[in-house]
Design a protein. Structure first.
Ligand code: CP3
Length: 350
């Protein structure tokens, strides 16, 4: 990686170094709330956009141009890898993602193929190359993948779920097949992240969006060993952000993956959690619904988070989950400006 990128605010914060202002980017910064995105979506399906490198790269770069954020995230989706495992993937407007056939029987784990990410996900690597070439040379690009638990949950449930009962009962009933499934998903995910790094991303985020449905003991025994393996396979090359929701009880265990940055959702107090976690960088954690309120509300809530951590090195500002589709676009830009302005003023004083 060249020095301009290495010295960027975002990567410095990943390393817990002091920065001039607090870096900020937003999960789902490219999405339906954005006019330019909806214009492209009117002509292409979501999957078509993900699978066409020129379109994915364009959406990635557009978001950064419009928002002035400190990092780009590749426009893609965590579920694309399930197509490589022979699943059909659809996105239905009222329902969300649908994965067919669902993995309903433990004996079917053995039939999941060993995948070649170059053959099945080469379009993602090409999107990384194009996005990297289209971004300002000093702006880091974040690659990502779904964590094995969250991918297994989509495979087993066949789509979204509130309680993940099928996934949890599979894990209890079929421990050997669970291990085999998690092993296959982890190997593929490590390959996938390494491919993105080879293609030009400067950091990776592992999304474990639904892991918060597990008890600490089950996380530790049935998930941590796999996520740890993935983090270990890429960490020497780029910083790793690990994010999940409803993870308050799991965070100390999630930290044991060896990740560089802990992503926090809005249900926890960022400062208190950071104090508890100790040596790590943190990312978060404004409630995305705040962006639906007034500018005064956005300013007050964002500044409260910044004030609470008092410029401690290693904070990357983000939402506690993705930008909601009904968010006014000017509010997103406003948030980015508030974070830069407030944290810049405080760092000039100290
Ligand atoms: O953050 C970014 O800007 C990068 C792009 C990105 C998308 N999905 C684009 C997307 C990223 C990082 C993801 C990750 C992802 N995908 C996660 C983990 C993060 C999280 O939200 O917890 C999950 C669970 C998925 C699965 C997924 N994909 C869901 C649940 C949905 C439907 C939800 C919805 O808003 O309809 C998607 C579709 C999706 N992924 C869209 C976008 C922009 C909306 C597609 C559209 O245009 O209709």
């Amino acid at each position: 990686m060249n020095d301009i990128l290495y010295q960027s605010r975002f990567l410095k914060a990943c390393r817990r170094e002091k920065t001039d202002v607090t870096p900020v980017w937003l999960m789902r910064q490219a999405g339906r709330y954005m006019k330019s995105y909806r214009a492209l979506r009117a002509k292409h399906s979501f999957l078509e956009m993900c699978r066409t490198p020129e379109l994915a790269a364009r959406v990635t770069v557009d978001a950064v141009d419009q928002l002035g954020v400190d990092a780009a995230i590749l426009f893609s989706d965590i579920l694309l890898i399930l197509q490589a495992f022979g699943r059909e993937l659809r996105y239905e407007s009222e329902v969300g993602p649908v994965v067919t056939p669902a993995l309903t029987e433990a004996r079917l784990v053995g039939r999941l193929p060993r995948i070649s990410v170059d053959e099945s996900l080469g379009f993602v690597f090409e999107a990384v190359r194009l996005a990297r070439a289209g971004l300002p040379p000093s702006l880091p690009l974040i690659g990502f993948a779904g964590a094995p638990f969250t991918l297994a949950a989509y495979l087993i449930e066949g789509g979204k779920s509130h309680q993940f009962v099928k996934t949890r009962s599979f894990m209890y009933q079929h421990p050997a097949e669970w291990d085999r499934l998690m092993g296959k998903l982890s190997d593929a995910t490590s390959d996938y992240l390494r491919g993105q790094i080879d293609a030009g991303v400067q950091a990776v985020q592992v999304f474990d969006s639904w892991v918060g449905c597990l008890s600490p003991a089950d996380y530790r025994n049935s998930v941590l060993p796999y996520t740890e393996r993935i983090v270990a396979s890429v960490r020497s090359r780029v910083p790793v952000i690990y994010f999940g929701t409803q993870t308050a009880a799991l965070l100390p265990w999630m930290k044991k993956t060896g990740c560089d940055v802990m992503g926090l959702d809005w249900r926890v107090d960022l400062k208190e959690e950071w104090d508890r976690l100790g040596r790590t960088a943190v990312m978060g954690n404004l409630d995305p619904a705040v962006l639906l309120a007034s500018r005064a509300d956005i300013k007050r809530n964002a500044e409260a988070i910044l004030r609470s951590v008092a410029g401690r090195p290693g904070h990357i500002f983000n939402l506690g989950h993705g930008v909601l589709p009904t968010t006014p676009p000017d509010h997103v830009k406003y948030l980015v400006d508030v974070v830069h302005r407030f944290s810049g003023a405080r760092s000039r004083l100290s």
